[in-house]
Write a protein of this length. Structure first.
Length: 128
């Protein structure tokens, strides 16, 4: 699964895959894995992209806005980012990014995120 995700992410970054082609891979179950609660251990290399099936939640703790600390609850971050609605399942794209020196909290989509200082890993969540 990881190899397929890396190949798709590469072609997606190069704008060589259409949304329909990505959707076809998702519909066949070839692309997305079930989302872990946290992705700290997966956030080692900025630029790495993952596709996860996420059940939108609002009860996990998260830090940041647009860019979240690696230990932020993924299902809650996905709702905060607008990639999935609470109580719904959707596939999201998670991109590992360079950690920030400061994470700004906010309230979005009924979810509150918190401020935090420097943290060693970070990610961004986008809808597919």
């Amino acid at each position: 699964m990881k190899v397929i995700q890396e190949l798709v992410a590469h072609f997606d970054r190069q704008k060589m895959l259409s949304r329909d082609e990505i959707r076809a891979l998702l519909d066949q179950g070839l692309l997305a894995a079930d989302a872990p609660v946290h992705i700290t251990d997966l956030c080692e290399t900025p630029g790495t992209t993952y596709y996860f099936r996420v059940f939108g939640g609002s009860d996990g703790t998260i830090w940041g806005t647009d860019v979240y600390t690696g230990d932020s609850a993924l299902a809650t971050s996905a709702v905060h980012a607008g990639a999935v609605k609470p109580g719904e399942t959707s596939v999201v794209r998670v991109t590992v990014v360079t950690p920030l020196s400061q994470y700004q909290g906010s309230v979005r989509n009924g979810v509150e995120s918190h401020d935090f200082g420097i943290y060693r890993t970070a990610y961004r969540v986008d809808p597919v």
